[in-house]
Design a protein around this ligand. Structure first.
Ligand code: PLP
Length: 394
């Protein structure tokens, strides 16, 4: 059977970086208890009040084809939310509701890339980025951010990737608050990014799906700085623990959104109406519900800092947002992958190797703060103790 180059090269080499996760799941299926600190999924489920709203909408008959760009009510609510965040006038015509942020990322790249165009993204990165770009016909170009500069990308990181063949470089994808590092891009970082995009005529695709998980500092959207060329990716997966409902959005200039809506007509055909009604209900609950969903991570982050105190072998990258801790293990001499494999074998704790997210986070592991507090602390203590067994350090 011969499949298209596009699909067979989505994940070249057959590796999608999730081997430790798959192995942990196999161990669990075979009956071995494993503490999973791998995927970005809350340990709480979608709140009952949201599910009740979903049920009511379904029973009331919102089960037919829904409007392809999204219901007017939901697009109004998303537009109001983005206008409040950015100060940029935003209407439902700037919004397309999508089946999650992932579909929005794909649609955004389809919208700005012709086949063979280069699409930049910052490394470390959310593991699907290169495949999403390839799927959209583009050539993914990773731009390593410097671990020792706190993974804040700079213009100096980006511009060397623009010298060759600049005319075919169409976009830059960024993510703040960041998965996997937990870093929030500063005003200075975003200014450098926007200035570079402006100078090189690039679209800026800004993945902001963690915008409600901010522990320190402020989340800033480049829509406020570069509204004509920014496509914001949003989602209710992380903000409202609605990962399985598959609901997100793209926000950008009206003419781009019109074109992307045409793409949706030819691909997803919209998002189920009862899911959209539940999402609108959830957004209407305001900050209180968002804070409740984010609370477990807000609580676990300082717990983690306490565990890491008093030793220098395992260092946390300053985690200002999102549901992850990036731990720098370079002092152990092991790669993130070897460390994660050995931790799984010896302690039945699964974490993601930094190498699963590119080259820049080599020698790190990403720990998702997604198990109950006691198990989280116990797992981190075991991780630190394990790291110390690898070295001479007492
Ligand atoms: N972007 C980032 C940075 C993510 O971490 C994720 C999921 O983990 C997504 C996008 C996709 O999320 P969803 O499709 O559930 O909205």
């Amino acid at each position: 059977m011969t499949l298209s180059t596009r699909i067979s090269t989505l994940t070249p080499g057959g590796s999608d970086g999730w081997e430790v996760f798959y192995r942990a799941r196999q161990m669990k299926a075979a009956g071995t208890p494993v503490t999973e600190l791998t995927i970005g999924e809350h340990d709480i489920r979608t709140e009952k009040i949201i599910l009740d709203a979903m049920h009511r909408a379904a029973v009331d008959g919102h089960t037919g084809y829904a409007a392809v760009p999204g219901t007017l009510g939901l697009r109004e609510a998303v537009a109001a939310r983005i206008q409040k965040q950015t100060g940029v006038p935003t209407t439902p015509d700037n919004i397309l509701i999508t089946p999650g942020g992932q579909a929005a990322l794909f649609a955004a790249h389809i919208a700005v890339l012709d086949p063979g165009d280069r699409a930049l993204f910052i490394d470390p990165y959310y593991a699907t980025y290169p495949g999403t770009i390839r799927g959209a016909g583009g050539i993914p170009v990773a731009i390593p951010a410097d671990a020792d500069a706190g993974f804040q990308p700079t213009a100096a990181n980006i511009t060397p990737h623009l010298t060759d063949d600049a005319a075919t470089t169409k976009s830059l994808l960024i993510n703040t608050p960041n998965n996997p590092t937990g870093v929030i891009y500063t005003q200075d970082t975003l200014t450098q990014i926007v200035d570079t995009c402006r100078a090189h005529n690039l679209w800026l695709i800004s993945d902001e799906v963690y915008d409600t998980q901010v522990w320190s500092g402020t989340h800033l959207s480049t829509r406020a700085m570069y509204p004509d060329r920014t496509l914001v990716i949003g989602s209710m997966s992380k903000s409202h623990a609605m990962t399985g409902s598959r609901i997100g959005w793209i926000c950008g200039p009206e003419d781009v959104l019109e074109a992307i809506t045409n793409l949706a007509t030819h691909t997803t055909y919209g998002v189920p109406g009862y899911i959209q009604d539940a999402a609108l209900f959830a957004l209407n609950q305001g900050d209180t519900l968002e804070a409740r969903v984010a609370a477990p991570f807000a609580r676990r982050r300082p717990l983690a800092m306490q565990v890491l105190e008093g030793q220098n072998l395992v260092r946390a990258v300053p985690c200002d947002g999102a549901m992850y801790l990036m731990l720098d293990l370079r002092a152990t001499g092991l790669s993130g992958r070897d460390f994660a494999e050995q931790l799984l074998d010896t302690h039945h704790i699964a974490v993601m190797p930094g190498e699963s997210f590119g080259t820049a986070a080599a020698g790190h592991v990403r720990v998702a703060m997604t198990v109950d507090d006691a198990s989280f602390v116990a797992a981190l203590e075991a991780l630190v103790a394990f790291a110390h067994t690898l070295t001479q350090e007492p």
